[in-house]
Design a protein around this ligand. Structure first.
Ligand code: 1CP
Length: 348
C-alpha cells in the first residue's frame, strides 16, 4: 500500500513530487451545469446548512476536473452568521449586513465561536466528504482584514473607504475588531482540521487595497495570530490575497507554508519578493489569470505553460488560478488545464 502523503501535501511541504498538483479557487460553482442543477435558486447559506448537499457540491469538481484537492463548499461569512451576525449572501452581489459595524461598541456583537455547536453542518460536511473521496480536502476561512471589510462596509466595496476610516481614526477599535475576528477564524480552521481537512487556506481577498505600511500595522498581526495558532497541527497553511504584489514579503513572514499569488506577478518574481521573509521553505500557489480561461484552449494552455515555466525553480508549486473561476468559464477548459499540468510535470 502506498502510504506517501497526497501530492498536494508533498508540494505544500516542498517535498519532491511525482507531478505538480492542481486545484482551482471557486472550482465549485456556476460554471458547472451539475452545480446549477443541484443548487437551484436557494441561498448559499441554505446550501451550506445541508451537509449532504454541501458535500455533493464539494465533490462535483473533483469528479469533473480530476483536480488534486477538494475545497469545502462554504463561504467566509459562515462562522460570522453562526454566531448571530445578520448577514445575507445575495446572489450576484455577495455578503450584505442588516446593520453594519461602525464603532467600538459593535465589536461586542462578535462572541467567541464554539465550532462543535455553532458549525455542526460544516463539520458534518467534512466528515461526509472524507468518507466519499481520497482526494485531500482543503478547509478555509476569511482573513481578519477581508472579513472586517464586509462588517464595516456592510457589503462588497470597491474603495474600502469606511474600513480605512475606522482603521486610521479609531485604531484601538480596529485592532479589537480584528483580534475578535482572528479568534473566530482560528477556531473555525482548527475545527476543520480536527474534523479531517488536510490543508487550509486563509483568504485575504481584498487586502491588496492596503499599502505595505498599512498592511504591516493593521492586517498582518491578526493574520499571523491565525496562521501561528495552527502551527501545532500537521495541516499545511496557504495564505492568499489579490493585488498583493507590494505585500508578498510581509505576507510570506506571516507564518504560512504556502503563499498564494494572483496573476499580476509571475511566480519567479513573487519568489524573489518573498525570499528571506519566510522562516523556512515557502511553496507558492498560482497563478493563471482566470480571465485567460475564457480564451480558446490553445491560448489557455500556452499561458499555463508560462506559469509552469515561471514555477520551475520553486521548492514547491501548487498550480491554481490567480483568483476564483469566473462563472462563464467552460468546464472543458479547466479539465484541459488539469490534464496539461499533470502531463507536463510528470516525473519519469
Ligand atoms: O448563491 C451563490 O451561489 C452565490 C455565490 C457564492 C458561492 C458559490 C458566494 C457568495 N460564495 C460561494 C462559495 C464560496 N465562497 C466558496 C466555495 C468553495 C469553492 O472554492 O469552490 C469559497 C472558497 C468562498 C470564499 C469567499 N467568499 C471569498 C474568498 C474567495 C475569493 O473569491 O476571493 C470571498 C471574498 C467571499 C465573499 C463572497 N461570497 C459570495 C460572493 C459573491 C462573495 C464576493 C463578494 C465581493 O465581491 O465582495
Amino acid at each position: 500500500m502506498d502510504t506517501s502523503p497526497p501530492v498536494l501535501i508533498q508540494a505544500m511541504r516542498c517535498e519532491p513530487v511525482g507531478r505538480t498538483p492542481v486545484w482551482f479557487m471557486r472550482q465549485a460553482g456556476r460554471s458547472l451545469p451539475e452545480y446549477r442543477a443541484l443548487r437551484g435558486g436557494g441561498s448559499i447559506l441554505e446550501a451550506v446548512a445541508d451537509p449532504e448537499l454541501a458535500a455533493e457540491l464539494t465533490l462535483q469538481p473533483v469528479r469533473r476536473y480530476g483536480v488534486d484537492a477538494a475545497i469545502l463548499f462554504s463561504d467566509i461569512v459562515v462562522p460570522l452568521v453562526a454566531i448571530g451576525v445578520g448577514i445575507e449572501v445575495q446572489p450576484g452581489r455577495g455578503p450584505v449586513l442588516d446593520q453594519r459595524f461602525s464603532s467600538d461598541d459593535d465589536v461586542g456583537r462578535l462572541r467567541p465561536l464554539e465550532p462543535e455547536s455553532d458549525l455542526p453542518a460544516m463539520l458534518d460536511t467534512i466528515r461526509i466528504v472524507l468518507h466519499e473521496t481520497d482526494v485531500p480536502l482543503i478547509g478555509f476561512a476569511g482573513a481578519p482584514f477581508t472579513l472586517a471589510s464586509y462588517l464595516v462596509e456592510g457589503g462588497p466595496s470597491r474603495t474600502f473607504a469606511l474600513t480605512k476610516r475606522l482603521m486610521h481614526a479609531e485604531p484601538e477599535a480596529w485592532h479589537r475588531l480584528l483580534g475578535a475576528i482572528a479568534q473566530i477564524s482560528l477556531a473555525s480552521l482548527r475545527a476543520q482540521i480536527l474534523a479531517g481537512a488536510s490543508a487550509v487556506q486563509l483568504f485575504d481577498s481584498w487586502v491588496g487595497a492596503l499599502s505595505r505600511a498599512e498592511y504591516e500595522e493593521f492586517a498582518l498581526p491578526a493574520s499571523r495570530t491565525i496562521l501561528e495558532g495552527l502551527a501545532d497541527l500537521a495541516a499545511p497553511r496557504i495564505h492568499f490575497g489579490v493585488g498583493t504584489g507590494e505585500l508578498l514579503a510581509p505576507m510570506a513572514a506571516a507564518g504560512a507554508d504556502v503563499l498564494g499569488v494572483d496573476w499580476r506577478v509571475p511566480l519567479d518574481v513573487a519568489a524573489a519578493r518573498a525570499a528571506g521573509s519566510a522562516p523556512g521553505k515557502l511553496a507558492l500557489q498560482g497563478n493563471l489569470d482566470p480571465a485567460i480561461c475564457l480564451a480558446p484552449t490553445d491560448v489557455v494552455l500556452e499561458a499555463t505553460d508560462s506559469v509552469l515555466g515561471a514555477a520551475r525553480q520553486l521548492p514547491g508549486h501548487v498550480f491554481n488560478l490567480g483568483h476564483g473561476v469566473l462563472p462563464e468559464t467552460d468546464p472543458g477548459v479547466l479539465k484541459a488545464i488539469v490534464e496539461h499540468v499533470h502531463e507536463r510535470t510528470e516525473q519519469q
